[in-house]
Design a protein around this ligand. Structure first.
Ligand code: C5P
Length: 231
């Protein structure tokens, strides 16, 4: 599959039938899909396996968070399918357990730093320690790398700071919170355009609603790929 796999399309549609329709529409222009919690409860795991069998790359966005022993078991179970990326929350005990559970599987463990839909008010409400969000994200990224994460999920606004960390050498930075110029922001709060995200150091960008909720998902995708062409 020759598509630019820096673009990962988030299939946040309700079920595998709707997901299949988007995949058919996008055809050869996309080779990497993200299946997250919304879709997982609507048959997403079956679709993830089907995608893998058909040569696509698959990012399973499970955002695991639990006691270490449980995370380890959950990751051990899912790792037998050799999906490309799997997310857990970036708390070091969770990352360590996930890396242990992953064992020899090729699945890369990605740590969520701070959701791109949250701002400082949200963090205050959740009693997260004070400080600038960018500093907290950078600190969480550093700790996740030290705990063995293969990469982190962060806002494209924070990608450059993370890329500058010595601990990020050889690690992946994946950024949701990406909005092509003129598209609806939705609940995302810490966003950039696709090209800015890559210039800031992202290895992959995750884009959902601007593609699957578009009247013309294929044109929306092609515009994004065009924007990335010379970067
Ligand atoms: O539709 P949109 O482009 O906002 O989709 C972004 C995707 O990335 C969603 O599936 C969301 O769950 C996911 N995500 C995120 N922020 C994170 C981690 C994952 O928006 N920190």
């Amino acid at each position: 599959m020759n598509a630019d796999d820096r673009l990962i399309v988030a299939l946040d549609v309700p079920n595998l039938l709707d997901g299949g329709k988007i995949i058919d529409i996008l055809g050869d222009s996309v080779s990497f899909y993200k299946i997250g919690l919304g879709m997982l409860t609507g048959g997403g795991l079956a679709l993830a396996n089907e995608l893998k069998d058909n040569g696509y790359k698959v990012f399973l966005d499970m955002k695991f968070f639990d006691i270490g022993a449980t995370v380890e078991k959950a990751v051990l179970g899912i790792s037998q399918y050799n999906f490309d990326f799997l997310t857990v929350h970036g708390d070091p005990h969770v990352v360590r357990a996930a890396v242990k559970g992953r064992g020899d599987s090729s699945t890369k463990i990605l740590a969520v730093t701070i959701l791109t839909s949250l701002d400082r008010n949200d963090l205050d409400e959740s009693l997260i320690k004070s400080g600038r969000i960018t500093d907290l994200v950078t600190e969480r990224a550093k700790n996740a790398f030290k705990a063995g994460a293969d990469g982190v999920i962060a806002s494209p606004q924070e990608a450059a700071l993370i890329r500058a960390l010595p601990e990020s050498q050889g690690k992946l930075i994946i950024t949701p919170g990406v909005r092509p110029d003129g598209s609806k922001v939705g609940d995302q709060k810490r966003i950039t355009t696709p090209s800015e995200a890559i210039k800031n150091g992202a290895d992959h960008i995750v884009i959902g609603r601007p593609i699957w909720a578009s009247k013309d998902p294929l044109s929306a995708t092609k515009e994004i790929l065009n924007e990335l062409k010379n970067i």
